[in-house]
Design a protein. Structure first.
Length: 355
């Protein structure tokens, strides 16, 4: 947005409050604002910027990221969806999976293969896909929380105008890296922007409302230490996320985003495990009336939120790049460790063995 990191988050919070789309957790607008807008600003035409950005920032249009496939998750460059040129259009066939808020989205950031005769990273192109185009089919994937934030997306002879390609043909991986770096800043910076706020405040509420006498003195002391540790870890995460957002604002999203994303995933899981341990046997059931399949929202009570977040946080170390991948990125790009051996580095994608 061209604002300071602090003001940027104020604007994002206001957009989320007044968004014209259904509430989701996290807010559906985060993908458009945190990933779609930066990539359009970097690679889009002036016409794209004028047409697309206002509706992202007003909350009128939700965006999704169409990268992962059944056979290409952590190794997303190995994807097999294929786009074939037909005049001024590209005809796309393939399947995407774990696509957040695809069911609410107007636009998708689509990474697909346009040349199978070159190594996998060199044959990719990046398109903006109209999610209402003929041939786009979205199917929900229900989670342990009862929600369906994620979807499968099937692309059957979907036609995309050539002028909706971002970057040059075959240079989609470069555009995708911009998206991924901004994604990690958006996810890693998703915690509270103020000291002791957000999930930390929710954990403290669970601690204050614990049943007196439910734990022995030794257990009470141990749980108090864990709550204190969570508080300190979340404060360190908040400061790391500030650095990541500052780097993003400077147009240089770097390793800070991966650090924040990795830390956020692991800290979040530990924190909600602590909340569940504080609650004891009361944590074994949801409140009466909690739907097996709910479309949006979370329980309202302190204990209900903790139970929900415990289940939801299991996915934090998978979505947006697994913790293992984050460690690889940091090891290779920050610490300078040798990369993992790759047997497909100079091999045309079509010749790479696939199961």
């Amino acid at each position: 947005l061209g604002l300071s990191p602090k003001m940027n988050m104020v604007v994002f919070d206001e957009i989320s409050k007044h968004s014209k789309v259904v509430h989701t957790t996290p807010p559906a607008s985060i993908i458009g604002i945190g990933m779609g807008a930066p990539v359009v600003l970097t690679y889009g035409t002036e016409e794209m910027k004028k047409t697309l950005l206002p509706k992202i920032f007003s909350g009128e249009e939700v965006w999704c990221q169409l990268f992962s496939e059944p056979g290409a998750g952590s190794d997303v460059a190995g994807l097999s969806s294929l786009a074939v040129r037909d005049g001024d259009e590209w005809v796309v066939n393939g399947q995407k999976v774990w696509t957040t808020v695809a069911h609410l989205s107007r636009w998708g950031m689509l990474l697909t293969r346009t040349n199978p005769d070159v190594p996998k990273h060199d044959g990719l192109s990046y398109f903006l896909l109209d999610m209402q185009a003929p041939g786009v089919e979205v199917r929900p994937l229900y989670q342990i929380t009862g929600e369906a934030e994620f979807n499968e997306v099937f692309l059957n002879d979907v036609r995309i105008p050539h002028d909706r390609m971002l970057g040059q043909e075959g240079q989609g991986w470069r555009v995708a890296i911009t998206t991924l770096m901004n994604e990690r800043v958006a996810i890693g910076g998703g915690g509270s922007k103020r000291k002791g706020g957000g999930a930390t405040a929710q954990l403290l509420d669970v601690w204050r409302q614990r049943k007196k006498g439910a734990h022995s003195d030794a257990q009470e002391a141990m749980l108090r230490d864990r709550v204190t540790r969570s508080y300190m870890e979340n404060e360190l995460l908040r400061l790391t996320a500030q650095r990541a957002r500052a780097a993003q604002k400077a147009g240089n999203p770097g390793p800070e985003g991966s650090v924040a994303k990795l830390a956020q995933a692991e800290i979040n899981k530990r924190m909600w495990e602590t909340a569940i341990d504080i609650m004891g046997s009361d944590a074994l059931a949801f409140e009466a009336g909690y739907a097996l399949r709910q479309t949006a929202g979370t329980p309202d009570s302190v204990e209900g939120i903790a139970k929900y977040q415990f289940l939801r946080s299991r996915a934090n170390s998978i979505e947006g790049g697994t913790s293992e991948i984050m460690r690889n990125i940091l090891g290779e790009r920050v610490l300078g460790l040798p990369g993992e051996p790759r047997v497909d580095k100079e091999v045309p994608w079509k010749d790479v063995p696939r199961s």
